[in-house]
Design a protein around this ligand. Structure first.
Ligand code: UD1
Ligand code: MG
Length: 461
């Protein structure tokens, strides 16, 4: 179910598209469903349907296939029961329906398999939660004195006694399609919110004399719903804590597990160390012995063995990716942009920006420089304050700096241009023509001195 507005988020964006760990809330749910052996996934959209449908994608099943998504529209949105009613025509009678809430993102496949087992193709099975504490605004699970589930009562409809029940409904249920369809057809909106509550199927099952199974979990993180920015932030921290625990269990040394954010997939080799306040996005691979300093943002990058990334470095690979070869040193305050390809033992120092450029082994740009659309040879030393002028206002051009070139400080290499192997560019040069190999090229105003120069003096009056 992903049709609700999410009023309590107070956002223009549909709730299920808000991100947790870098992924839309409903995407987490779809990815989890794909790991069960489901026949199909039906996504019910309504509020912001176009946005939601464009913002979600099919995900890979365990055997590598892609579980296609099928969208069903719910217009208008008259409640969770009404939402599932819209899916009825596309649900085969012989199946089991697992209902998942698009705003309950961290549910795990193992829990759903347990629920399906309780359902056993025959029963209505609910996933409920009981931590012994107040159940907030969630629906309460009402049982008879001998423990049989009788009903789910929404918070707004509950009396004082029911509100004191600590067992609440997670939003996840499984039921045989045929029975579910029958109960759905009997829902009414005779309640405090004037909505068709999915949770009322429990009453109909009980009325039919059908046993209702409930699996009770204590793991609040798996079943926590996101209804407000506060809940989203809390769940983000819980999610990140789990990611951090997993990484530490693999041997990654985190300076502080509470100060790490992984918004994608982080794969680490042995003996990786990560200092505080680092953010990883997209797919990031850190080789053996990599050290990431404090306050770095690293996205879509492959960082080779033994690389040290000093504090405050921003690595953003986007689609083209960034690669950093073994033993390289990057930062502090460096910026590697899409298409930066660094060989082994490359040094990128403070306030150096590299975009769509290849730096061969041992190349160095240590201070205040820009390399854009450049091919840089082995052992090149690229001086402080030098830049490639790669953009003529209309097109981008390449700069080629061959092996062992020394580019003096504060030079401008106006692309397209090639500096031949072993050449030297004098500091402060503006190079617009190819420089021959092995030569010293200096292109700047000739210096002169005037001995005994008298500076102007201020006139009287
Ligand atoms: C629901 C349950 C509540 C449970 C809680 C767990 C009902 C009536 N209540 O309440 O018992 O404790 O989840 O998180 O089911 N949606 C639609 N169409 C609609 C309304 C909602 O698709 O017309 C979707 C929303 O996008 C969301 C999900 O259903 O993904 C849950 O809706 P929400 O309004 O958050 O229900 P809760 O009040 O949290
Ligand atoms: Mg909710």
């Amino acid at each position: 179910m992903a049709a609700g507005k999410g009023t309590r988020m107070k956002s223009l964006r549909p709730k299920v598209l808000h991100r947790l760990g870098g992924r839309a809330l409903a995407q987490h749910v779809i990815d989890c469903a794909a790991r069960l052996s489901a026949r199909s996934v039906v996504v019910i959209t309504g509020h912001g349907a176009e946005l939601v449908e464009a913002g979600l994608s099919a995900s890979a099943t365990q055997d590598g296939a892609t579980l296609q998504l099928r969208y069903v529209r719910q217009e208008p949105q008259l409640g969770t029961g009404h939402a599932v009613q819209q899916a009825v025509p596309v649900l085969p009678d012989d199946g089991v329906v697992l209902v998942l809430n698009g705003d309950v993102p961290l549910i795990e496949p193992q829990t759903l398999n347990d629920l399906l087992q309780a359902c056993n193709d025959r029963h209505l099975a609910l996933l409920s939660v009981d931590t012994g504490r107040d159940a907030g605004s969630y629906g309460r699970v009402v049982r008879t004195s001998d423990g049989a589930v009788q009903a789910i009562v929404e918070f707004k409809d509950a009396d004082e006694g029911q509100r004191s029940i600590t067992e609440w409904y997670s939003g996840v249920m499984a039921a045989p399609a045929k029975l579910l369809k029958n109960w759905l057809a009997r829902l009414t909106k005779d309640n405090a919110q004037g909505e068709y509550y999915l949770t009322d199927v429990v009453r109909h099952a009980v009325a039919d004399g059908q046993p209702v199974k409930a699996i009770v979990t204590r793991d609040e993180v798996q079943v926590a719903g996101v209804n407000s920015p506060q809940q989203l932030a809390e769940l983000e921290r819980a999610f990140q804590r789990r990611v951090a625990e997993r990484l530490m269990a693999e041997g990654v040394r985190l300076a502080d597990p509470a100060r790490l954010d992984v918004r994608g997939q982080l794969v680490c080799g042995q003996d990786v160390e990560i200092d505080v306040n680092c953010v990883f996005e997209g797919v990031v691979e850190l080789g053996q012995g990599v050290r990431i300093g404090a306050h770095c943002v690293v996205a879509n990058a492959r960082i080779g063995d033994g690389v040290v990334v000093h504090p405050f470095t921003h690595i953003e690979g986007e689609k083209a990716g960034v690669t950093v070869g073994a033993g390289s040193l990057v930062g502090p305050f460096a910026r590697l942009r899409p298409g930066a390809r660094l060989g082994a033992e490359v040094h990128i120092g403070n306030f150096v920006e590299v975009k769509n450029s290849t730096l061969a082994d041992g190349a160095k740009a240590n201070h205040l420089a820009y390399l854009g659309d450049a091919t840089v040879g082995e052992r090149v030393n690229y001086g402080a304050g030098s830049i490639t002028a790669n953009y003529d206002g209309a097109n981008k051009h390449r700069t080629v700096i061959e092996a062992d070139v020394h580019v003096g400080s504060n030079s401008v290499l106006v692309a397209p241009v090639t500096i031949g192997a072993g050449g030297t560019v004098g500091a402060g040069s503006v190079i617009t023509k190819d420089a021959p190999a092995g030569a010293l090229s200096v292109v700047r105003g000739k210096g002169f001195t005037v001995p005994g120069w008298q500076r102007p003096t201020k006139k009287a009056g």
